[in-house]
Write a protein that binds this ligand. Structure first.
Ligand SMILES: Cc1ncc(COP(=O)(O)O)c(C=O)c1O
Length: 442
């Protein structure tokens, strides 16, 4: 591969049409990047092909969802045979796969005694917060600076604040990450510093009001919590009667089969899952302690008598536990039971080779991440939270990312890298060759 700018005229043209039907031409703002995003038309294994016919090794993998890569034949077969065997793809009633899938999740996540299905990671974290408020009777929540949990007002605070607005490192301000957030929300959501024991003082100060601590155990999917911090967070939330929610939407089935909680050996009260478990389809799970999950039960735990709906946490959804998605998700997990280890080894190989390459070119770069996800951080300093990351060299990273697209490496600029079982040695070799070209041209 040589460094020749790809022709992406058709993407440019489609983007003009898209702007006529959707605000800013996109239906998720995260899909936009300047001057215009690339429009894809095909995918196979580790590869995506855009509408101009350019082929890319895909490291975005739909924000980490496609752990098997694109178009895995066993997933296609699962969908087809589900239709052949069952005649329909949606019952709107209970069905057996809801049980089978839950049993599989429980096997890997022992902290999950009961679970409920949702249609996305956003819905999963939202439901988890509603469980926590119902269970504790405390309605404020605490989240960490730089952590993303989905697109709703309670958690769209201090996801990516300007350092100038963010306040003290030990006591961050709650900075809206979106328009339309009511000023009172900045009092309802308390912002904690990640990997910093000052967080525990804030929790103690507001213990009577905070019902939930919501955390990405690995921030942004790549900055790991320190073991000691995690253990203390578990202990303190327990002491203060605060529900600890692990948002494992990114980390579920990407770090170990049992997620970040198995890596840290810490049991949260609730876990939110999404992305990988849907095998590329919209899906989420909230699971955890039975006594918390039972808040949503339509029947009494002891008498099994139906309860009055006003005495129950409302949870519903037309598509919850979608049979076809559960079938595909289950197959995905079964394949990962066999192959996750290989993906983890290949990820280490890619990380090591990338770091060696940058080193020979004299550019400070560290790969930060665990399991099958990492980010390239252009800095020599230790990266343990949002503010450390903000101090890395974003300008050079942007240049590299832009050139990488021309070299056939796809990740949304500035995004982390996710691997799949379809990223094999050949793709790693091609990736390193592409990076060499890019670094030589800087
Ligand atoms: C940690 C985390 N939580 C929640 C979400 C929201 O999930 P979804 O996009 O499926 O609504 C995401 C999505 O990127 C995420 O990374």
């Amino acid at each position: 591969m040589s460094h020749v700018k790809l022709t992406t005229e058709k993407s440019a043209h489609l983007y003009e049409s898209a702007k006529r039907v959707m605000p800013g031409g996109v239906t998720a703002n995260i899909k936009y990047f300047p001057p215009y995003p690339l429009f894809m038309s095909n995918g196979a294994g580790a590869y995506l092909t855009d509408v101009d016919g350019n082929e890319y090794i895909d490291y975005l993998l739909s924000y980490g969802s496609l752990m098997l890569g694109h178009g895995h034949p066993e997933i296609a077969d699962t969908m087809q045979s589900h239709i052949n065997n069952h005649g329909t793809w949606l019952y709107g009633t209970p069905h057996e796969l809801e049980i089978t899938f839950a049993e599989k999740i429980k096997e890997h996540f022992p902290s999950i005694e009961l679970l409920r299905y949702t249609n996305s990671g956003t819905e999963a974290t939202l439901l988890a917060l509603r469980f926590a408020a119902t269970y504790t009777g405390k309605h404020k929540i605490a989240k960490f600076e730089g952590h993303y949990h989905g697109g709703y007002n309670e958690v769209l605070l201090s996801v990516d604040p300007e350092t100038s607005d963010a306040g003290q490192k030990e006591k961050p301000n709650a900075v809206p990450s979106s328009k339309g957030i009511s000023p009172s929300q900045t009092e309802q959501t308390i912002i904690l510093p990640f990997n910093d024991e000052a967080a525990f003082d804030i929790l103690k100060e507001h213990a009577n009001e905070i019902g939930a601590v919501l955390i990405e155990p690995i921030q942004g999917g790549f900055i790991p919590a320190e073991h000691g911090f995690m253990t203390k967070l578990r202990k303190i939330t327990e002491e203060l009667n605060i529900v600890l929610i692990f948002d494992e939407v990114k980390t579920g089935y990407r770090i170990t089969l049992g997620g970040a909680q198995s890596y840290y050996n810490v049991e949260p009260d609730l876990t939110a899952l999404g992305k990988v478990i849907g095998g590329g389809f919209p899906m989420g799970v909230v699971g955890g302690k039975k006594e918390i999950l039972m808040e949503s039960s339509p029947i009494d735990n002891i008498t099994s008598e139906p309860l009055n709906s006003k005495d129950v946490l409302f949870h519903s959804g037309t598509y919850n536990g979608h049979p076809m998605i559960l079938a595909v998700g289950l197959k995905t997990i079964e394949i990962l039971e066999e192959e996750l280890e290989t993906v983890l080894n290949r990820t280490e190989k890619l990380k090591t080779q990338l770091e060696a390459l940058f080193y020979t070119k004299g550019i400070p770069m560290q790969t930060v991440g665990l399991g099958s996800v990492f980010n390239m951080v252009l800095s020599e300093n230790e990266i343990s939270n949002y503010r450390d990351y903000q101090e890395s060299d974003f300008d050079t990273r942007r240049k590299i990312d832009k050139h990488l697209l021309d070299e056939g490496i796809y990740s949304k600029p500035m995004n982390r890298y996710s691997m799949s079982i379809s990223h094999r040695d050949k793709e790693i070799e091609k990736t390193i060759a592409a990076f060499k070209n890019v670094l030589n041209s800087l």
